[in-house]
Design a protein around this ligand. Structure first.
Ligand code: MF3
Ligand code: CO
Ligand code: CO
Length: 250
């Protein structure tokens, strides 16, 4: 399936969704700390999103029960907020926020280090963000989509980490998940050529151990690392512009 090219009017709407998504994540920045529950994060995201005129996209998406994903330590992604999960000194957590504004979507996530984390955890969080930032240099008209994953994999593996190969970024804007898939590993072939007006996420999941994962049988959502090693993720929504890229949500 070919990537969707957005019109200028659609880009304007998705940019606005991105601004509100960023404000919601900023509200998480302001409240996250040791001793709170991931349900507290869910409440903040839910209330702040409504206050800003948005709708939290995860709530009831394919049956997901909460307004945000909160993925602690060895959870790769899609962690479900709970009163029973209390943030403790040394935890790392990904908070993944997706907001619908006026029918348009933006999607981004950030990592947080709670208290003093181990040097290994800190390095994982930092290297994962570097992977995402470095990959942005592949985002420009005339570039190729699969260059993104090649950059991410090289930087992760150079630092002794592994990339989750089979959970991808995605087109976003008119819907939560659209064409194209954005791989975070090197693939055969160059993939689609990038053109102005494409909007997609880049959201590498990087593990401190092996890249294997499994889905929790009890809740049907939580993605855990197979070996119990730590996992980190950062996510931006990016627009391909005439000159390069614009980050619409981070
Ligand atoms: N925000 C996630 C992504 O980056 C998707 C979460 S789906 C949910 O694509 F249902 F778990 F919210
Ligand atoms: Co996404
Ligand atoms: Co997301």
């Amino acid at each position: 399936m070919k990537p969707i090219i957005k019109t200028a009017a659609q880009v304007e709407k998705i940019r606005r969704a991105g601004e509100i998504n960023t404000m919601v994540l900023d509200a998480v920045d302001a409240m996250i700390r040791e001793g709170i529950s991931t349900e507290d994060i869910n409440r903040t995201v839910h209330q702040k999103t409504l206050e800003l005129g948005g709708v939290p996209a995860p709530l009831n998406f394919e049956g997901f029960p909460k307004s945000v994903c909160t993925s602690v330590n060895d959870i790769v992604c899609h962690g479900i907020p709970s009163e029973d999960v209390i943030l403790a000194d040394g935890d790392i957590i990904n908070v993944d926020v997706t907001t619908i504004v006026d029918g348009y979507y933006a999607d981004a996530s950030r990592m947080y280090c709670i208290g003093s984390v181990s040097p290994e955890a800190r390095k994982l969080v930092d290297v994962t963000k570097e992977c995402l930032e470095l990959s942005l240099k592949a985002v420009h008209p005339g570039g190729y989509l699969n260059e993104i994953g090649a950059i991410i994999q090289e930087h992760a593996e150079k630092n002794g980490f592994s990339v989750v190969p089979d959970i991808c970024g995605h087109g976003v804007g008119l819907d939560f998940h659209e064409s194209p898939l954005v791989f975070h590993i090197k693939r055969r072939g160059r993939g689609p050529k990038l053109e102005p007006g494409m909007i997609f996420t880049i959201e590498p999941m990087i593990n401190s151990g092996e890249s294997d994962w499994f889905i929790d049988e009890d809740d049907g959502w939580t993605v855990w690392t197979e070996d119990g090693s730590l996992s980190a993720q950062w996510e931006y929504t990016v627009l391909v512009t005439e000159n390069g890229y614009e980050i619409l949500a981070k």
